[in-house]
Write a protein that binds this ligand. Structure first.
Ligand code: 5AD
Ligand code: SF4
Length: 443
């Protein structure tokens, strides 16, 4: 059997696209390779959100090139956001690539692969969105996790954050029809999935372009599907996070009490320069509302440090927000100018060394907050979905608040929701015992 290997960079949208490409290749008779060295087809699904992932892609391609010595017929393809933005440039830098395609024509993979395998360069980067892009939704997904699955509900983004490449690489917002989403969820449940993770660049905008359905209505509809045990969604935009959505989250038993709500910066001046559409105060009001409805909600966010014009005082506003909100997790990045974005040519205010220090200080401070948040779980009983068994027999699962929990092994718990007493908090995970195990020990 022929084998494929996919290396994925970037966000959940990319991970989901890779799972779909796995599905396409499976229907073409391929199976996954353990190592790229054994593959007949290598796909690199790229990200372009910052400069670093751009560079990582080129270095990965340098490695993959070696496959041609062992297997001259092997095909190397590049897709995803960097391919969409700069496919021809990559082809020039890495002429050994056989296949390049963009973010909205992934469903053409069978045709492109055939072309590449017959010895031609298969390149298809289209600027407009492929009108048949939803063909991709018809393919099965190849997932690593048996019990949780991503479901794309909206593609693209209509916001114009001045630092962001996504509107260029993924286009304007296109919501999937609700019936198709519900059908996919149904199939996944029949395949043993317990947790549905709705994804999109801006999930809270779901339905705006369709006109007849709202994001919170989709949550209600999925909550009604028998077999679905948990629902999560990422990423929401603070501006579109309405009280209706927050109420639905609180009201629906299957929607988990966890939310990733990117703030990006704490200073109003910088938020305005980023064109985020809210002030610090407005953002904090949303957090307050979330906590009013769900006091134990776990919150995470994204931060950009060093956006052009950001002064030390502005940066301190971000630090102030982190101290006030006390997020469970923070993803912080140094600003990286992206080609074609409105902020691309704005002059940087601080030198890279200072920005690195700001970033490191922020990360260190947050590390303590995250640990403090985890410590609060010690002694509590929480619901865990057991997702994985390690080689040593131990089990790994997640709480509704998306915390990783390590459990002592009991095979038959895989895929089950169990009540777990947290015995120890670590910086990045929790340890616990199932109540069943505790009761056995007591007897
Ligand atoms: N520079 C640095 N970070 C960025 N992000 C998006 N664009 C940039 C950029 N140009 C970050 C944002 C976003 C996350 C996915 O990546 O914080 O939420
Ligand atoms: Fe990276 Fe953004 Fe593309 Fe996701 S959508 S892969 S974060 S550039």
């Amino acid at each position: 059997m022929k084998k494929y290997y996919i290396r994925t960079f970037g966000c959940q949208m990319n991970i989901n696209d890779s799972q779909k490409m796995g599905g396409i290749l499976k229907t073409l008779g391929y199976e996954p390779a353990e190592n790229w060295e054994d593959a007949d087809v290598i796909l690199v699904n790229t990200c372009s959100v910052r400069e670093k992932p751009d560079q990582k892609v080129l270095s990965a391609l340098g490695d993959f090139k070696k496959i041609k010595k062992k297997n001259p017929d092997a095909v190397i393809g590049v897709c995803g956001c960097l391919a969409q933005r700069a496919g021809y440039e990559i082809l020039q830098k890495a002429p050994f690539i056989d296949m390049v395609f963009g973010t909205t024509n992934i469903h053409h993979l069978p045709k492109l692969l055939e072309e590449a395998q017959s010895g031609n360069k298969a390149v298809e980067i289209i600027e407009d969105i492929d009108e048949n892009e939803t063909e991709l939704d018809k393919y099965p997904v190849v997932r690593e996790n048996k019990y949780t699955a991503f479901v794309t509900i909206i593609r693209g983004c209509d916001k114009n954050c001045t630092y962001c490449i996504v509107p260029t690489t993924r286009g304007k917002e296109r919501s999937r029809r609700i019936g198709e989403i519900l059908q996919e969820v149904q199939y996944l449940v029949e395949d043993g999935v317990k947790e549905i993770h709705l994804i999109g660049q801006n999930v809270t905008a779901y339905g705006k372009d369709l006109g007849d359905v709202k994001f919170w209505e989709l949550l209600y509809a999925i909550n009604d599907i028998e077999g679905v045990e948990r629902i999560r969604f990422t990423t929401g935009h603070p501006r579109d996070l309405s009280e209706d959505v927050i109420k639905a989250m609180a009201d629906l038993p299957k929607v988990c009490e966890a939310l990733h709500l990117p703030i990006q910066a704490g200073s109003d001046r910088i938020l305005e320069a980023m064109d985020r559409g809210y002030t610090q105060k407005e953002y904090l009001q949303k957090i307050e509302l979330l906590r009013k409805y769900m006091p134990d909600i776990a919150l995470s966010t994204d931060i950009i440090v060093g956006f052009p014009g950001e002064t030390y005082e502005d940066y301190l506003e971000t630090i102030k927000v982190l101290k006030e909100v006390k997020y469970d997790q923070v993803f912080a990045f140094k600003y990286s100018p992206r080609p074609g974005t409105p902020a691309e040519n704005l002059p940087m205010t601080e030198d890279p060394k200072t920005l690195s220090k700001w970033l490191n200080d922020l990360i260190l401070m947050q590390k303590d907050i995250s640990f403090e948040k985890n410590l609060a779980y010690e002694g509590k009983v929480v619901e865990v979905l057991v997702e994985e068994q390690k080689e040593d027999g131990s089990l790994v699962g997640r709480t509704r608040t998306n915390k990783l929990v390590h459990l002592e092994g009991r095979n038959n718990l895989l895929g089950e929701l169990v009540n777990v007493k947290i015995t120890k908090a670590n910086r990045f995970s929790l340890e616990g015992k199932t109540l069943k195990d505790i009761n056995l020990t007591v007897i």
